[in-house]
Design a protein around this ligand. Structure first.
Ligand code: NAP
Length: 279
């Protein structure tokens, strides 16, 4: 029977360590989040970030704009925050309204204040095997979870389903940097299950409930479920957990796996990039 990768427990450990470190600082980290519009899911995510920040002693500020804000005003605000010595870290809650080019917004954020670790410079640094100022939170959470359970990556075949800029692509680079052999699959991939069946480590980040069935998984594989879909008030992962559990060696639950690790790693990023500005 598989070992459950307990992201909740590890995230609590990380948050506790962060709280202790922050309590010893004279100057507390400051974190600004920009929220555009009234999307309930985005509001919920920002509230979680605010709650966690405040619990850890991080100075949190929320900047809200109406749905119809223009890109220029948003870019001007980011430029202001980039220059503001009182702000250590920031993020813009995604998704943005369609009339705003999200790439332009991400590119405007200083890589040294990039709490999400998704600016081109930070992603580029990872791609050349250099240290970024901050790693993207979800891939970092996954790597920390694999490390905690001492899951070997070197020489292993990691198959990632999903090629988004915030999960699939940066995770592929990070696993490659740890000497895994990496395959990325996406919606146009042919013979998907033939590929996933060769994975020692299978990561699914697509957002389709119970998409990964047991006949797609190799015996004794490690299965990481990034997907989160809402159905009748329940949060569902991409993996058909009950049926995949018996044949895997390690598996993440949803909820309680990758999700809490993402928020813990965001808080870790905020603290770490706030330290950059001291030197
Ligand atoms: P995204 O930008 O929508 O990307 C989804 C990816 O999945 C795309 O690359 C897409 O392929 C691929 N895909 C979709 N259907 C597929 C299929 N049937 N077969 C193979 N590939 C398929 O999503 P994201 O932002 O990476 O998020 C993915 C999921 O993870 C969502 O459920 C999201 O809520 C969740 N998530 C969770 C956390 C967390 O902390 N737990 C963090 C981030 C995201 P194409 O590129 O070809 O379209």
């Amino acid at each position: 029977m598989a070992i459950i990768l307990d992201g909740k427990k590890l995230s609590e450990k990380i948050l506790h360590e962060l709280e202790e470190k922050i309590s010893n600082l004279d100057k507390k980290p400051s974190f600004a989040v920009i929220l555009v519009g009234n999307d309930p899911a985005s509001e919920l995510y920002v509230n979680i970030k605010e709650k966690k920040s405040k619990l850890l002693g991080i100075n949190f500020s929320k900047i809200t704009y109406p749905e119809n804000i223009d890109e220029k005003t948003l870019l001007k605000k980011i430029e202001e925050l980039n220059k503001d010595d009182k702000i250590d870290a920031m993020l813009v809650q995604m998704p943005l309204p369609k009339h705003i080019n999200a790439q332009n917004i991400i590119q405007a954020i200083s890589p040294k204040k990039d709490a999400d670790g998704i600016t081109p410079e930070n992603i580029g640094r990872i791609s050349i095997g250099a240290e970024p100022f901050a790693y993207p939170c979800t891939p970092l959470g996954i790597v920390k979870l694999l490390e905690e359970y001492k899951i070997e990556l070197q020489g292993k075949h990691a198959v990632i389903i999903g090629r988004s800029n915030i999960v699939g692509k940066p995770l592929a680079q990070m696993l490659l940097n740890k000497n895994a052999t990496v395959t990325i699959c996406h919606s146009k991939t042919k013979n998907l299950s033939q590929i996933t069946k060769t994975a020692d480590i299978l990561i699914s980040a697509i957002g389709s409930p119970k998409f990964v069935k047991k006949d797609m998984v190799k015996q004794n594989a490690t299965v990481i479920d990034v997907g989160t879909s809402k159905s009748k008030g329940k949060t569902l992962g991409d993996v058909d957990f009950e049926n995949v559990l018996p044949l895997s060696s390690y598996i993440t639950p949803v909820p309680g796996g990758v999700g809490p690790m993402t928020i813990a790693c965001l808080m870790k990023n905020v603290l770490e990039i706030s330290r950059l500005r001291l030197y």
